[in-house]
Design a binder for this molecule. Sequence first.
Ligand code: CTP
Length: 448
Amino acid sequence: MDLVTTHKSARRELVSNLSKKMASVFPRSIMGLLRHIGRLANRYGYSAFVVGGPVRDLILGVRNLDLDIVIEGDAIAFGRRLSEELKVSLIVHRRFGTATIIAKDKLKIDLATARKEIYEAPGALPTVEFSSLKNDLIRRDFTINAMAVSLNKESFGQLVDFFGGESDLFAGRIRVMHNGSFIDDPTRIFRAIRFEQRFGFAIDRHTEKLILNAIEEDMFDHVEPQRIRDEIISILKEKEPIRALRRMAELDEFKFLHPKIRLDQKMNKFYSAIDEACLWYESLTFKKRPIEKWLMYLMANLEPLSYKETVDLCSKFVFKRGERLRILSYKKCARKAIGLLSVKKKIRPSRIYSILSPLSYEVILSLMARSNSGLAGTRIKDFLERHNRVRIGIRGWTLKRLGLKPGPDFKKILGKVLYKKIDGALKTKSDELEYVKGLIRKRCMEIA
Ligand code: CTP
């Protein structure tokens, strides 16, 4: 059953019981924290709400601890008091009028002041009760992201839904709040696709028309490339990014990244191979370095680009140094490394080690995914499972004891020992010692 069906069948219970739902979705510590926020808001005479994504996810029964709280009042003063009472740290972002509580387990809760009230007519009093919350919500992207849940004592858990967000959630519909939404912020186009594909929803027809208009008008030309990059990364971090990418292709959105990027059969296969490679890697039982799978997907997307085009793209979208290095090292080495690893004749494991060990895990696993040859795949697996884990027993001080002076030779000698051990020629520490002594003797004879 998908999320919409599950939610439809549970509708009556959900509407009347959001506080119960909260207790089932949030850990007890968070519930305690939310109730505390509600009580403090009462003392201040403020109203406090959880807003946006966490409300959407709460209704869907999905745990989302990325809590955004809107206060109808001074969020910074409120945050200060809250951090004193809870004895937790607070980061104040004065420029934005927001504050972040850092609760236990590094959990972050953002507090913001609801944006200003609308005045119905010049000089009129601000409109009733929820006016400032309403104003805050109306500026948001989609109806499903524009709901709030009250935290005040008397109304704890009450859903505030001015724009039909809940019924859109029941219907599985992504709908903008107003016609200018994508003009205000074109990156919402990526968000629409991300939510549509994440939840198995559908973008509503009018919203899709607005998207197509914005794309035709090249709205992304007015957006900072870094913001587009962040949206692409968010899409690639989704559970099944390929679905959102297919939709992006349908809506002709790749042109904003690079005109050469396309989603063809080859790319589909590459994506599946990346999933397989990562699954295999995750199944290894020893302690492993965490990998950034999204980066591997991106490397796959950039496959049709030349090295120079990739360099330009990395600069344009201001990828972080570490990301750029991995993207470019893959681009630089892929063809040659796969060629070398696919040759039929026997290759010494130390030779494979010398090719793969300077590369990051994302690059190595991408090579594994990209190589169609079973031989290259087996060799990469051997490297990750066995040869990359070989350690030698002797150290620098062992060499010192043997009368060698510390210097660049140390690294060379230890490297030789490691390679011999990888190739299976040395088994024990005394084998290693004998081998080093032999090397020293040979060198003395050469000098003599
Ligand atoms: N928002 C918006 N327009 C944007 C980005 C965000 O209106 N371009 C609003 C939405 O109401 C959204 C909230 O800000 O719910 C928080 O944004 P964010 O944390 O980026 O997204 P989530 O909706 O929480 O989505 P996710 O589950 O992917 O984190």
